[in-house]
Design a protein around this ligand. Structure first.
Ligand code: 6XA
Ligand code: ZN
Length: 344
């Protein structure tokens, strides 16, 4: 299996996020990608390659141009306003407030386009997120050219970013950009299977009305977990996309027994949809010692997870999302990829 990796990920290096009422060091840190890179290399899973540059067009197929424009300028607006620390929003709209006026100041814009205070914009954010999108697109191109598998070692992650908003450590939705690009290259049906601990609210929003893209997500029940306001089982898509959204929320404490059942149910739905390619949003924050999560998966469970997904017998493009037990993150991810490679 080929891995795509860009060292430009390191340009996203936030100082702080708001946790438990205080500013704490970011969980989503550069060391995450480095440790995965090293583990993939040590496991000899295949070559590690740099991404190609696809330009901004594939990003604009998924995200609103005003939003992309904002992301590209946010740091200069912030520094022009005299700020030096990470750019974080201060407030958000509530029901009844307006979305039809886009604020003119940087504080207003941060509030307009974000949905949490955990996703700092820094001097290098734009460079890192465009590299991350190119990593996903390069992996998609490998699978599109006929290979059975590819691993896009994306960082920053993407699945919380929607067509017109960012949050949850995510700015551009790498998996959605890859899925849309695959459609644009001629794939008739694409599935995004999201096995990160958190619900991929951004991916769901992007493909909500789309019959050609099936979104399936297994995640911690939003009644008790971030992102709280999306990810319930009764969200099945709308309009032409009715029936092509499947959420499988699971309770805190879920171990492999409970997880495997949901994965099996997901795979049966995917088999019925019969996609030309499966994009897997993979997060290892389902691990038992993840510092911000409450599932109980163990290292070898990732091999089983990979094996089950490989048995879908479709081209598989893995896109990296979350995972914050950093010392274990490399091996957990490499074990998942090995599970795919051994059964693909
Ligand atoms: C809130 C938690 C953000 C979740 C990020 C993540 N600060 N998403 O791992 O998949
Ligand atoms: Zn996550």
């Amino acid at each position: 299996m080929r891995t795509i990796f860009s060292s430009d990920h390191r340009y996203q290096d936030g100082k702080a996020e708001l946790v438990h009422g205080t500013l704490e060091p970011c969980y989503e840190m550069p060391r995450r990608a480095e440790i995965i890179h090293d583990a993939v290399k040590a496991a000899a899973l295949g070559p590690i390659e740099a991404p190609r540059d696809f330009g901004i067009e594939p990003v604009l197929r998924v995200h609103a141009s005003g939003f992309v424009e904002f992301l590209s300028h946010a740091w200069s607006l912030w520094t022009e306003a005299g700020r030096e620390y990470d750019a974080l929003p201060l407030n958000w709209r509530a029901p009844g407030m307006r979305m039809d006026r886009v604020p003119s100041t940087v504080d207003g814009l941060l509030s307009y386009y974000s949905f949490d205070a955990g996703t700092p914009i820094t001097a290098g954010t734009w460079r890192a997120i465009t590299a991350s999108a190119n990593v996903a697109l390069t992996g998609a191109a490998i699978v599109n050219a006929g290979e059975r598998t590819a691993f896009s070692l994306c960082r920053p992650p993407g699945h919380h970013a929607g067509s017109n908003f960012y949050g949850g450590y995510c700015f551009l939705n790498n998996a959605a950009i890859a899925a849309q690009w695959l459609r644009d290259q001629g794939a008739k049906r694409v599935c995004v299977l999201d096995v990160d601990y958190h619900h991929g609210n951004g991916t769901q929003e992007i493909f909500w009305t789309r019959p050609d893209v099936l979104f399936v997500s297994i995640h911690s029940d939003p009644i008790a977990e971030y992102p709280y306001f999306l990810g319930y089982a009764d969200e099945t898509g709308a309009g032409a996309g009715e029936g092509t959204n499947l959420n499988l929320p699971l309770p805190h404490g879920t171990d492999w027994m409970g997880y495997a059942e949901a994965l099996d149910a997901s795979c049966r739905v995917i088999e019925k949809f019969s996609p030309d390619v499966v994009v897997v949003s993979f997060g290892a924050d389902t691990f038992e010692t993840d510092p911000i999560s409450q599932f109980k998966l163990k290292r070898e469970d990732y091999r089983r997870m990979g094996a089950r997904i490989a048995r879908l017998n479709r081209p598989i493009h893995v896109v990296m999302e979350g995972g914050y037990a950093v010392d274990d993150l490399g091996l957990n991810t490499a074990t998942f990829l090995a599970g795919i490679a051994e059964n693909a």
